[in-house]
Design a protein around this ligand. Structure first.
Ligand code: ADP
Ligand code: MG
Length: 386
């Protein structure tokens, strides 16, 4: 068995956004110190960690410094260059390992990996160059479709909806001919995710299924538990476990699913805690970041124990800071009350589409999913109208 990292040590995290900030809080609660590696001097996690190395991800000297401070490092966003992870892996423990992260970093590798494991994914065509576009024909039945850059996309960025070959070509050129994937646009009945954790010893746990609603490609709100049939739930759980086992994954991971015409598909995987798993901070005894700390330090996972079976997480985007054409902080004091949990990420500047925080609503006493959804609507209205 691997050694367990003691709480007198430093834990490293690559990336200092809100996921890194929640990780830092979870680690510090267990007595660990945290070193954040992020080039942004105002990063939300860097502000609260014991140490912040504020250098680019390919700065080898700075990475050497990181290695000298912590015995183990994890990541909070998937676009950390795989080379950085490989460089760290030579001397310290990286969890999840670079191999697993690199699968999720590239939509082509990811889709090929998933379909290679027998996981159902929507129809797709790899578009590495213009010739590949010329080869698309009617037999593919791919349109309407979405052209997605293979790398660096998030929150719907790097995606263009296309209806014919000419539009694919136009979109591909607008991405500077970067490798892409062309996905058939599925008629979505519902989207949901599974957040899971896997330990060094292959021990596995997952949180309840999370129903996700997006606005313009960005997660708007998540409802727990997802309103899906038992058979879909059983099938999705099997698929999530299979993916994590096949990656020999250590840490927390999210699997995003689509249901289209009653069929189940895996959309993508995230090699880290996930925005949709934030409900676990308030609704569960051990949240997704606690499991991330436990898994990376070689400890046993803690059974998640959902304290509140019904909850809803509402994302707060920077748009809310620009109501009525001027910049004003939302009046959060107006929505305070039992079961309303506000989390702000400490970001320096609000911007449209930027995740500034979230609110988790807990279903209290005999409140149903419908009641919680209604409460979310009321809260949204109050925040926008004041
Ligand atoms: P990101 O990395 O930005 O999360 P996704 O591939 O998950 O990228 O796309 C973001 C959202 O766009 C999805 O959650 C879904 O709502 C929509 N979407 C993406 N791909 C498809 C598709 N093939 N068919 C229908 N909707 C899609
Ligand atoms: Mg996604």
């Amino acid at each position: 068995m691997d050694k367990i990292i003691k709480s007198s040590e430093f834990l490293g995290i690559l990336g200092g956004g809100q996921l890194g900030r929640f990780f830092t809080i979870a680690a510090q609660k267990k007595g660990y110190s945290v070193v954040v590696f992020d080039p942004d001097e105002k990063s939300p996690a860097g502000k609260i960690a014991e140490k912040h190395i504020c250098k680019p991800y390919d700065d080898l000297k700075a990475l050497d410094e990181l290695k000298s401070i912590c015995p183990v490092v994890t990541t909070e966003f998937e676009n950390i260059p795989a080379k950085t992870l490989q460089y760290l892996e030579k001397n310290i423990i990286v969890r999840p390992e670079s191999k697993a992260v690199s699968v999720a970093q590239n939509r082509i590798i990811e889709k090929d990996f998933l379909s290679g494991c027998g996981i159902p994914v929507g129809k797709y065509i790899v578009i590495s160059n213009i010739e590949a576009i010329n080869k698309i024909n009617e037999d593919h039945k791919i349109f309407p479709a979405i052209l997605k850059t293979a790398q660096f996309g998030y929150d719907g960025k790097g995606q263009i909806h296309v209806n014919n070959i000419a539009e694919v070509e136009h979109a591909f050129i607008s991405f500077n001919n970067a490798p892409c994937i062309l996905e058939q646009k599925l008629d979505l009945d519902l989207e949901f995710s599974i957040v899971l954790a896997r330990s060094v010893n292959g021990e596995y746990l997952e949180y309840p299924l999370i129903e996700n609603h997006h606005e313009s490609g960005i997660l708007d709100f998540s409802l727990i538990p997802a309103r899906v049939s038992l058979s879909i739930k059983i099938e999705a759980k099997k698929l999530a476990m299979k993916i994590s086992n096949n990656l020999n994954y250590i840490g927390v991971m999210a699997v995003e699913f689509f249901i289209s015409n009653n069929n189940l598909y895996v959309n993508e995987i995230a090699p880290r805690p996930h925005n949709s798993g934030h409900f676990s901070i308030d609704a569960c005894v051990y949240n997704q970041f606690d499991q991330q700390v436990l898994a990376m330090t070689g400890n046993k996972l803690k059974n998640e124990v959902t304290k509140f079976p019904i909850s809803l997480m509402l994302n707060l985007l920077g748009d809310l800071w620009f109501r009525n054409g001027k910049q004003t902080k939302p009046k959060f004091e107006m929505i305070a009350g039992p079961g309303v949990n506000l989390h702000l990420y400490g970001k320096a500047e609000p911007r449209n589409g930027r995740k500034m925080g979230h609110i988790t609503l807990i279903g209290l006493e005999d409140q149903s999913e419908k009641d919680v959804m209604h409460k979310a609507e009321t809260i949204r209205k109050i925040l926008w109208e004041n």
